[in-house]
Design a protein around this ligand. Structure first.
Ligand code: IMP
Length: 422
């Protein structure tokens, strides 16, 4: 068997959680392969809303296994909180949750360094979620990190101390920030007990043996392709490979075992944090999208920057990920707009281009195409042909330009508000 994957095609927050939760019924296991608690995957069903940060979005489906892969960075404190919150809903899942030994741990001092580093950058700050993601991946590639499997080692505490000292020396280079390290350490060591009790696996064997046994696996990407450490709007990116390729190293799966690639995009575009966003709308138009889409970060609550869909950007990430099918989310947010725009080209060096340049500066002039809005409710639409004609025309236009079929159309946050094209 091959492993299918869901990836975000923009700057994150495309609605991956909902699509993973919907598709999960076709799979035996959902695997997170990168990122950490900077992610906030929102799921809404039975009138309730859940936000998952580290636990895969397959957790709500009975019998489905969920793996936190080696490419993920884990903060034991937030993981324990997430477990407790899920348990209060009455859900039983600990027998279905697995953690890879090789996943790296976020220490309290990683969060301290994240905050201190951001504070030192002033106006040039990345807009990090301050969850310690960057410093943890730095320690991973710098070969200093602590991994889940290390928590059982007799010298774990002394290795922790050595790394902590190193971090404190580094932190001395930055402006002092308000951070109660002693309190955070107490919580961190207490939460390790919860981490130790989870089911730990050699993720690479676990995944490959499941595929050999004919199990159907779905990899769940976090963040979005434009936040990829290699191909995103560097340096305003996260610290992992968020694209399809990341699942190979983040789970230990060979490229030839990658199956279907589902790419998710909103019907418009958002970004949280700093960095280039060519199609960003300022003033009233941006505010209207933010309000209609309730665009506030699921992890940090920060207002998201909003703009029109950017087709050169999407073509780029479709190429990077090898997308087979698209999922278009939050289409209902555009229901009240009298007209809809899509950026078709960037105007660079006197020419229109649909390629993403090396430096995606803030104010690239864009060429837009305008479409009449459908100005109708989509709540009762169960099939694509039920959608207002103007919306159907818009969908065909997107498919033609992006050369990829739109398989899923999300018309609202709830689980059942999803049109699946046969
Ligand atoms: P970090 O990954 O917390 O260091 O944040 C780096 C950049 O990625 C910041 O601009 C964040 O706002 C953004 N970011 C990180 N995780 C997410 C996510 O899950 N959704 C959207 N943006 C994210």
């Amino acid at each position: 068997m091959k492993i299918d994957v869901i990836v975000g095609l923009q700057w994150g927050d495309e609605g991956k959680g909902k699509i993973v939760d919907y598709l999960a019924t076709d799979y035996d296991m959902v695997c997170r392969f990168q990122g950490g608690p900077n992610a906030g995957h929102t799921l809404k069903f039975d009138g309730k809303k859940f936000v998952l940060h580290t636990i895969p979005s397959g957790i709500f489906r009975a019998n489905l296994l969920n793996l936190i892969g080696n490419g993920v960075v884990i903060d034991p404190i937030t993981l324990e909180q997430e477990i407790i919150e899920l348990q209060t809903t009455g859900l039983t899942f600990l027998d279905r949750l697995f953690v890879a030994h090789k996943a790296h741990l976020i220490l309290p001092t990683h969060r301290l360094l994240d905050a201190a580093s951001e504070a030192s950058k002033g106006a040039a700050k990345i807009g990090s979620t301050l969850r310690g993601i960057g410093p943890t991946y730095m320690d991973k590639t710098g070969r200093n990190g602590l991994r889940v499997g290390d928590v059982f080692a007799p010298d774990f505490k002394s290795r922790y101390q050595t790394l902590k000292e190193k971090h404190l020396n580094l932190a001395a280079m930055y402006p002092e920030i308000d951070f109660n390290l002693a309190a955070e350490e107490t919580k961190w060591f207490a939460s390790l007990e919860c981490l130790r009790r989870l089911q730990h696996v050699d993720g690479e064997y676990f995944v490959n043996q499941a595929l050999d046994a004919g199990k159907r696996l779905l990899a769940e990407g976090a963040q979005g392709s434009m936040l990829d450490i290699d191909f995103g709007t560097y340096p305003f990116v996260t610290s992992s490979n968020t694209i399809t390729a990341g699942l190979c190293t983040g789970l230990g799966v060979a490229p030839k075992r990658v199956g279907k690639v589902i790419g998710i995009t909103k019907a418009y575009c958002t970004r949280v944090g700093s960095g280039p966003f060519p199609s960003e709308l300022y003033g009233e138009e941006g505010e209207a999208l933010r309000k209609a889409g309730n665009e506030f970060g699921a992890t940090t609550g920060r207002p998201r920057r909003c703009g029109w869909i950017d087709l050169p950007q999407l073509k780029y990430t479709i190429m990077l990920n090898g997308v087979d099918e698209l999922a278009l989310t939050k289409i209902d947010v555009l229901n009240t707009f009298a007209s809809i725009k899509a950026a078709t080209h960037y105007h660079l060096d006197g020419k229109d281009t649909d390629s993403v340049p090396f430096e995606m500066v803030e104010n690239i002039p864009l060429v837009y195409r305008e479409f009449p809005g459908w100005e109708a409710d989509t709540d009762a639409c169960l099939q694509r042909q039920d959608l207002p004609q103007a919306l159907q025309d818009y969908l065909y236009f997107l498919e033609e330009v992006l050369e990829t079929p739109i398989k899923y159309i999300s018309t609202g946050p709830e689980r059942q508000k999803l049109i699946v094209t046969p």
